[in-house]
Design a protein around this ligand. Structure first.
Ligand code: HEM
Length: 225
């Protein structure tokens, strides 16, 4: 029979099973899920101003010369909506338990993730790269990010069509690492901003560091699992 003390313990075990995603240590697992959920939640919250009536996001003020051009404004809005869809659809994909119990949900969310990248995040990411902050380095960084995200996703899709689960997991993890640079990039901007680095250098450094850090973490995850 379950005692009062057992209930919280079994709930913790159940939760840790839902969130257990690989052979990561408990600390690594907690860090992974916390950063993913807090990062996605923060971006979602900060992006509300793009979609609420009678509000204008601070980034639009920063880029006033572009905001007055409809093509740029609507490309950015589409990009943010696609980016959020893609991030939210990935939130449960690393749960081994959900994958085992409800593979249909994994496939359904996977389709949303892939579609949002192919139809929205990739094309709008490419278009916005040419006007991005950070000069040539910013433009090249965002272009590499766009193409690398698409190519890793396509390789992950080809792998699952061939029923090669290991290869699917590895390539999708790389594409997921590139998509979540949206979280690392903004976190680094805040950290470097506190170090008295000029805004332009901060922007470029944050972009390139976020791509590098996330890809290194992805390789670590793949090696461990
Ligand atoms: C392949 C991945 C991605 C690429 C290549 C990319 C590219 C870009 C580019 C070029 C800009 C314009 C920056 C500028 O003008 O200086 C931008 C802005 C933005 N992106 Fe992405 N992006 C990606 C993923 C995401 C994701 C997953 C989100 C999640 C919501 C996102 C949200 C935003 C937002 C909110 C902005 C406006 C700037 C801001 O409010 O901070 N992006 N992105």
């Amino acid at each position: 029979m379950q005692t009062l003390c057992d209930i919280p313990l079994s709930s913790v075990a159940y939760l840790s099973n839902i969130f257990k995603s690989s052979k990561l240590t408990t600390i690594e697992t907690i860090l992974f899920w916390s950063i993913l959920y807090i990062g996605t939640g923060t971006i979602l919250w900060n992006s509300l101003d793009y979609f609420l009536p009678n509000t204008m996001h601070g980034f639009l003020f920063e880029r006033m010369e572009l905001t007055i051009q409809d093509w740029w404004k609507y490309t950015l809005y589409t990009h943010v909506a696609g980016g959020l869809t893609c991030l939210i659809s990935s939130l449960l994909q690393y749960s081994k338990l959900l994958l085992k119990r409800t593979p249909r949900i994994h496939r359904y969310l996977g389709h949303i993730y892939a579609l949002s990248i192919i139809t929205t995040v990739f094309p709008t990411g490419v278009a916005l790269s040419f006007t991005a902050k950070g000069g040539t380095s910013g433009m090249i960084g965002f272009l590499i990010l766009s193409f690398a995200t698409l190519i890793t996703l396509l390789l992950g899709m080809i792998a699952i069509f061939k029923r090669n689960i290991k290869s699917h997991q590895a390539w999708i993890t790389r594409s997921f690492a590139l998509i979540t640079t949206a979280i690392t990039f903004r976190s680094l901007q805040i950290i470097l901003g506190s170090l008295n680095i000029s805004p332009d250098t901060n922007y470029q450094l944050s972009l390139w560091l976020s791509i590098s850090i996330n890809l290194i973490l992805a390789e670590y995850y793949i090696k461990k699992s």
